[in-house]
Design a binder for this molecule. Structure first.
Ligand code: SF4
Length: 234
């Protein structure tokens, strides 16, 4: 993104200075086991992971487990680094995501990208997925049976990725992942657990685009997520 656009999104977030002092260290590729003087590693580990990802993506693309398959343009599997430590989970594809086959595109996606950049991440350094892989018509909330039908795919993505932290992006994602009906306002700013993985709830960028007063608070949410993540390394 050009610098003027970057500045625009920082201003749009209602934040004057929006950069952490220390960017996160990228996850390093594992050193060859042999170089550490240990017995040779199983040689197929990385390819098997890649094959598992590809097989899962193919299964998602062919899925007809709920009625959303009838109205989708295409499935929206997820994007990003498949070794990322940060996993962002949104609700479901919108119109533009359905057309492009990628989560969080359009103005809300640009804002999310800027939020990540402010944390020191390129969009490509995290993994971004939705609970649902197909667009609910008219961008309605996902039905419970649709969430249930699509859940195995998300569980497999999490199992393959093994993230260090999950960001639940938006109320719907947070409520479903935490199995609660509490409003997002009560879920923000708290370290939750999704199984053994810490989870932080943040507002959906589409909501932030509509709500001027919430933009600066969203920065506090991200700073909190960073604090949770940093504590994992201590
Ligand atoms: S939303 Fe999920 S379960 Fe429903 S058809 Fe799409 S991929 Fe299958």
């Amino acid at each position: 993104m050009a610098e003027p656009d970057h500045a625009f999104y920082l201003r749009a977030m209602g934040v004057q200075s929006w950069r952490l002092r220390r960017a996160p260290e990228p996850r390093l590729a594992p050193q060859p086991v042999l170089a550490q003087g240990l017995p040779p590693a199983a040689p197929a580990a990385a390819p098997a992971g890649a094959e598992a990802w590809e097989a899962l993506q193919r299964r998602v693309a062919a899925c007809q487990a709920c009625e959303l398959c009838a109205t989708r343009t295409q499935t929206v599997f997820g994007v990003g680094d498949r070794r990322a430590e940060w996993l962002l989970i949104g609700e479901a594809p919108g119109q533009q995501e359905d057309l492009r086959g990628e989560p969080f595109v359009g103005p809300a996606g640009l804002l999310l990208t800027e939020m990540l950049r402010a944390l020191g991440f390129a969009r490509e350094q995290v993994y971004i997925a939705n609970m649902l892989k197909c667009r609910p018509p008219g961008n309605r909330d996902p039905a419970a049976k649709e969430v249930l039908a699509c859940q195995p795919f998300l569980l497999e993505q999490i199992a393959l990725l093994r993230p260090k932290i999950i960001l639940a992006v938006g109320r719907i994602a947070a409520q479903n992942l935490l199995n609660t009906q509490q409003p997002l306002a009560k879920l923000r700013g708290v370290r939750h657990q999704w199984r053994d993985i810490p989870l932080v709830a943040v507002p959906h960028p589409a909501y932030l685009l509509r709500s001027l007063t919430e933009k600066a608070r969203a920065w506090e949410d991200l700073q909190f997520a960073w604090t949770v993540y940093s504590q994992l390394k201590e």
